[in-house]
Design a binder for this molecule. Structure first.
Ligand code: GUN
Ligand code: ZN
Length: 426
């Protein structure tokens, strides 16, 4: 059976950071045909209606049909502590994050939060996330089980920490290696699930643990590796004192085999010249977490890096202050404005879809609408509130019509979500 979605269809034929807004393709009266979980065709509504006369029709009028959002850096275990008041990074970890992550020693609690988290993000149009779990192997089982039952493509890994974390949240170099390997073999490549090697960040891993995870990553070169890099200046000073031999923060990873293509670094705000050059040379990915970087007071990411390496966009739940990629795009816009750059709506939308997919090296599968791609898509109401509707009345093109939703939209803008070709309630 073919499903045919009709509406304004937005897809990308290039990278708007390189090619400008012409990298986007807008079909005002467009259609997307879905068959067996994949996009079968994309084109003018009239053409596809003639080609698929038997198809089940879903007419969305002027609403926008896009690839689902991809949130490239989240901590699903921090769902319940999102929007906690008044701390900066290290204090925030000790006060809110670590006590909450301790609760994941209970697999039933992990399952409850994993299910709650994926329902929250799906309702906001996010169809893929790349998540940290906790130190507990069962927290990885929980998020993969929850994703599998929803048919989602997701990335996740056991967070490894063998120092500077409370009793109960520490593993060792050896157990981190053993547990990660077991989880990787159990889940990686099953259905739409991908395991990610996940040292939390250099302050909570000894060089021995980083080396063990570097060795594991070498054994499974097609996996991603995720960690944090240069988020706050206090953190960077701490890393310098913990790793006196290292040239800089990136070197603490590089020295242990944790820098190459497939490395996904969250935040990456306060980079040295050497770090920037090495990240570009190595083909690493960076993830911009703008609501987190303002909420925890970390700093302003340099978006000009998007011209030189893969940059994804993320909420960083629960350091970020919102589960939705719409306010995350809005924050990316505002942060760039503070650095003197005005991001075009095409660039913002691309970051939340194709850019994140590229950063996670799955852009041949998800993050865009094109024949053969997996059918993860969303339907977006461009007039979801009276305030947004009135701001779009004089719009003369899609970008003017879309920008108020980027800046002011929330879950009310997401009217339908499709995961692997199946419609889910939004
Ligand atoms: N650095 C190390 N762990 C974390 C975390 O959980 N959240 C954020 N924002 N930064 C981190
Ligand atoms: Zn993070």
């Amino acid at each position: 059976m073919t499903d045919l979605l009709l509406g304004q269809v937005l897809s990308f034929t290039g990278d708007p950071f390189v090619d400008g807004p012409s990298a986007a393709r807008v079909l005002t009266q467009g259609a997307v045909a879905i068959e067996q979980g994949r996009i079968a065709a994309l084109g003018e509504a009239a053409t596809l209606r003639a080609r698929y006369p038997q198809a089940r029709l879903h007419d969305h009028g002027r609403k926008l049909i896009s690839a689902g959002f991809i949130d490239a850096h989240v901590h699903y275990p921090q769902t319940a502590i999102i929007a906690s008041w008044g701390k900066r990074l290290i204090d925030w970890l000790n006060t809110y994050t670590f006590p909450e992550e301790m609760r994941f020693a209970d697999p039933a609690y992990a399952q409850e939060i994993a299910d709650r988290y994926l329902d929250l993000v799906l309702a906001r149009g996010t169809t893929t996330v790349c998540s940290y779990a906790t130190i507990h192997p069962a927290s990885v089982d929980a998020i993969f089980t929850a994703a599998r039952s929803r048919g989602m493509r997701i990335f996740a890994g056991k967070t490894c920490m063998d120092r500077n974390a409370p009793e109960g949240l520490r593993d060792t170099a050896q157990s981190a290696y053993d547990d990660s390997k077991r989880l990787l073999e159990k889940w990686h490549g099953k259905d739409r699930l991908s395991y990610v090697v996940t040292p939390r960040f250099s302050p909570t891993s000894t060089p021995e643990q980083l080396a063990a995870l570097g060795a594991l990553w070498r054994e499974y070169p097609d996996c991603l590796m995720q960690t944090h890099l240069s988020e706050q200046t206090d953190e960077i000073a701490w890393v310098q004192s913990l790793f006196p031999q290292s040239r800089d923060y990136l070197d603490t990873y590089e020295a242990q085999g944790l820098l190459r293509e497939g490395a996904v670094y969250g935040h990456a705000i306060h980079l040295t010249e050497r770090e920037r050059a090495r990240l570009i040379e190595a083909g690493a990915s960076l993830v911009h977490c703008p609501t987190s970087n303002t909420f925890i007071g970390s700093g302003l990411f340099d978006m000009t890096l998007a011209k030189h390496l893969r940059v994804g966009l993320a909420t960083d739940t629960g350091g970020g202050s919102n589960f939705s990629m719409l306010p995350t795009m809005a924050a990316a816009y505002e942060v760039a404005q503070l650095r003197g750059q005005s991001l075009h709506p095409a660039q913002l939308w691309w970051l939340a879809t194709q850019g994140s997919a590229r950063a996670l090296r799955c852009d041949d599968q998800i993050g865009n609408l094109a024949p053969g791609m997996e059918a993860d898509l969303i339907v977006v109401d461009l007039a979801s509130t009276p305030a947004i509707e009135q701001a779009t009345r004089r719009a003369t093109d899609l970008w003017q019509a879309l920008f108020p939703t980027i800046m002011m939209g929330d879950d009310r803008a997401i009217t339908e979500v499709w995961v692997a070709g199946r419609r889910r309630g939004a």
